[in-house]
Design a protein around this ligand. Sequence first.
Ligand code: ZN
Ligand code: ZN
Length: 294
Amino acid sequence: MNSKFRVTLLGTGVPIPRPDRFGPSTLIEAGNHTVLIDAGRGATMRLFQLGIPIGQIDALLLTHFHSDHTVGIPDLWLTGWLNSYFGNRRRPFNVIGPVGTRTLMYHLEAAYSRDIEIRVEDEKLARENVAISVKEFTEDGVVYQAGELTVIAFTVDHGDAIKPAFGYRIEYQGRAVVISGDTRYNANVLRYGEHADLLIHEVAMARPELLGEAAIQRIVNHHTSPQEAGRVFAQTKPKLAAYTHLVMLASETIKPPTTDELIAATRETYAGPLQVGEDLMSFEIGETIAVRQN
Ligand SMILES: [Zn+2]
Ligand SMILES: [Zn+2]
C-alpha cells in the first residue's frame, strides 16, 4: 500500500505575471494518484521542474473561472499530449469543475482544432489522447474518487458576481488537506476544514494608505484578510496552516506588504503552526507534516 500523501504548491501567485510566483495551481500526489487543483500560468513548467510528466495528471479540478486559475489549461492539455518524456498522456484529458467547465473546454477544443488536425496528420498523435472528458458539478459533495483518494468540493464566497466558486477537501487514508479556493471569510471553509491535517488558505493584504482606493477595496472585498484567515486557522486547528494565492496589493508608489507583515497580521488572531507558501514548496502529510522547498 502506497501511503505517500504530498501536496506541492506549483503556483502561489495571482494575475501579476511574476516569475517567482506563478499562477494558482496545486499538485496532489496520493499513492499512485496525481491530481491538480487549478492550472494557472506556468503550471506545466513547475511540473517539469519536479520531473513529473504532464501526461501523468489523472484529473484537473477547477475552483472557479477567473482567468489566472485557468490560463494554463491549454498548455497542460496540449503539451501533455505530445509524444515525449515531458508529455505522454495515454488517455483523454480529464477535467472536473463547476458548471461552466464544459463551455470552457468546448471552446478551447474549437480554438485549437487546427493544431490538433495538424499533429494527428503530421506526428501521428492519437486523437483519443487529446479528447477531453468533462464532469461538472453543481453542489457540495464528492466530485472525484480513485482508490482511497476522495475529493470533496464545497461552495465558498468569492463575491456576489463571482459564482460559482468552490474549495476542495482532499482525503487519503484518514488524512485530509483542505484548499480554500478564492474566498472571503466563509463558514463553509470552517465546516469542511474540520480535522484537516493541512489547511491551505488564500489571503489578501494591502497597506492602510492603499485601502482608500475603490479598486483596491473591491479586490480586498473578494478575498480573506490575514486576521480573518487567522480566525479560520484558530477555529479549525489544522496540524499546519499555509498560505497560497498571495494577493499582496501595491501601486506605483506604495509597496506590497512583506511576508513578515503578513505573518504579524495573522498572529493577531492565530498562534499555531503557519507557513507562507512559495512556488514548489511541498508538504508531506504523515503523522506530522514535513515541509520542503524544492
Ligand atoms: Zn478568483
Ligand atoms: Zn484567484
